[in-house]
Design a protein around this ligand. Structure first.
Ligand code: KIV
Length: 270
């Protein structure tokens, strides 16, 4: 197996990502602002401006009320901070209900942000939309499996790929989306065995979240993986640091020092 390690000191393109399939695992995290995008840039190959920001940043219960204007604003911020990572814009709920709406909104993304691709949730039924976008020169990441934008219609977040029929459905979805022009298939909340079969079925890279360890890459939501989002922790999230604890400790110290007039001291005064 040849290892294709992209140089992270220059802009990573979708062609670079395509070449990584079956070689080196692709790393992706979410970011919603310039500060964190800058921290992640040069470390991961891809940054997703996910509509998960509606929950972790805006405090809502699900992703459904995120708007195009909000997503554009946050993507512009991420573009200001990240100059090398391949940036993906998550199309919010309601922004791609018809091919015409999807095209108008995706054109806006390319015009107003530096995102290299847009992400759309849905299976085979979204193939026509993906074809229209890719035929128009807009790269698409197709998101299959557990789709957070379907949380209300499905009555919750449900793990997929638990039986043969559903595994076949996922493979059919992935093949239809690839044939329609999807550049990447993102697979969320799927049994590892199913994600493995999807990954083997398509030629484009797959990126998994809660989908086991055989997809071509992995994505995590930054506020989950760094321990800032405390409302709930899905089983698939590994917490790489305890951000909320660190912040609370720092804040507590600051409050104590201000109250006791230990801050600011001479070294922090003009
Ligand atoms: O919005 C998001 O962050 C996502 C990830 C969960 C893949 O879609």
């Amino acid at each position: 197996m040849s290892i294709h390690t992209p140089k992270k000191d220059r802009k990573i393109t979708l062609s670079t990502i395509a070449r990584m399939k079956g070689t080196e695992p692709i790393t992706m995290v979410t970011a919603y602002d310039a500060l964190f995008a800058q921290l992640f840039d040069g470390e991961v190959e891809m940054i997703l401006v996910g509509d998960s920001l509606n929950m972790s940043f805006f405090g809502k219960e699900d992703t459904l009320s995120a708007t195009m204007d909000q997503m554009i604003y946050h993507t512009q911020a991420v573009c200001n901070g990240a100059k090398k990572a391949c940036i993906v814009f998550d199309m919010p709920f309601g922004s791609y209900t018809t091919p015409e709406t999807a095209l108008a909104n995706a054109v806006r993304v390319y015009r107003e942000t530096c995102a290299q691709a847009v992400k759309i949730e849905g299976g085979e039924e979204k193939a026509e939309i993906i074809k229209v976008l890719s035929d128009s020169g807009i790269a698409v990441v197709a998101h299959i499996g557990l789709m957070p934008q379907h949380v209300r219609s499905e009555g919750g977040y449900k793990v997929r790929g638990k039986d043969v029929a559903d595994i076949e459905r996922l493979i059919e979805d992935a093949l239809a989306l690839e044939a329609a022009g999807a550049a990447i298939i993102l697979v969320e909340g799927v049994k590892g065995e199913a994600a493995d079969l999807v990954t083997k079925a398509v030629k484009v890279p797959t990126i998994g979240i809660g989908a086991g360890n055989s997809t071509d890459g992995q994505v995590l939501v930054w506020s989950d993986m760094f321990g800032f989002f405390e409302a709930f922790k899905p089983k698939f999230v590994k917490q790489y640091c305890n951000g909320a604890k660190e912040i609370r400790e720092g804040l507590e110290q600051y409050v104590q020092e201000v109250k006791s007039r230990r801050f600011p001291d001479d070294t922090h005064s003009y």
